[in-house]
Design a protein around this ligand. Structure first.
Ligand SMILES: [Fe+2]
Ligand SMILES: [Fe+2]
Length: 201
């Protein structure tokens, strides 16, 4: 981890050591580097919006961990992650109340999936930070890794990206916080133009 976050909470490093092999097993596009970027975006948003980093940062670190349990279950990774993260968090010394709040963030992070509405500030910031890693020029290398992992062609990836993001945008669910809308909507628009070009629209 580039940033140890020890000044915020020493348990984050411990949690990272515990979950590293699991994160490394889920593929590069959703692995440790994605988790670290999402943590960084969460920290930036929290500085503006106000949030409890002792809940938000561990949630960001393990938000995609459910991908390791997905297999052929058909259950969304947000649900699986929330169901399976308790033991890691207990090992890293998080208490019962914190675990409940972290689990909510994880369960609600995938807004495409009709699951859980993000009810807390921390949950809403996590959604926005995760979306940030899908927009902007710096999201393109990650998209290429994702295509390689899933065998999707650039056109298939672009079509899917546009379909999902345009629907969220229409429903007003692309970004939940004022700050994310202000900072990252321009990045979204540029990235949309990029994928439209790839899709041939
Ligand atoms: Fe996810
Ligand atoms: Fe993610």
């Amino acid at each position: 981890m580039k940033h140890s976050y020890g000044h915020i909470d020493k348990r984050i490093k411990k949690l990272f050591d515990i979950v590293r092999p699991v994160l490394e097993s889920i593929g590069e596009s959703h692995g440790p580097l994605h988790a670290e970027r999402v943590m960084q975006f969460c920290e930036e948003l929290a500085a503006e919006e106000g949030a409890n980093l002792k809940i938000l940062l561990p949630a960001a670190l393990i938000h995609d961990i459910g991908l390791a349990f997905e297999g052929s279950s058909g259950t969304n990774h947000s649900v699986l992650g929330s169901e399976n993260c308790g033991e890691y968090l207990r090992l890293a010394s998080y208490n019962r109340d914190e675990i409940i709040r972290i689990k909510h963030c994880i369960a609600a992070h995938n807004v495409r999936h009709e699951s859980v509405e993000p009810r807390t500030k921390e949950a809403r910031i996590l959604v926005d930070a995760d979306t940030r890693d899908k927009v902007g020029e710096d999201s393109i290398p990650r998209a290429l890794k994702h295509m390689k992992e899933t065998g999707k062609t650039p056109k298939e990836y672009a079509d899917h990206w546009i379909e999902v993001r345009e629907r969220l945008c229409f429903e007003g669910l692309l970004f939940y916080t004022e700050t994310a809308r202000e900072w990252w909507m321009p990045l979204y628009k540029k990235t949309l133009a990029h994928w439209k070009k790839v899709a041939g629209d």
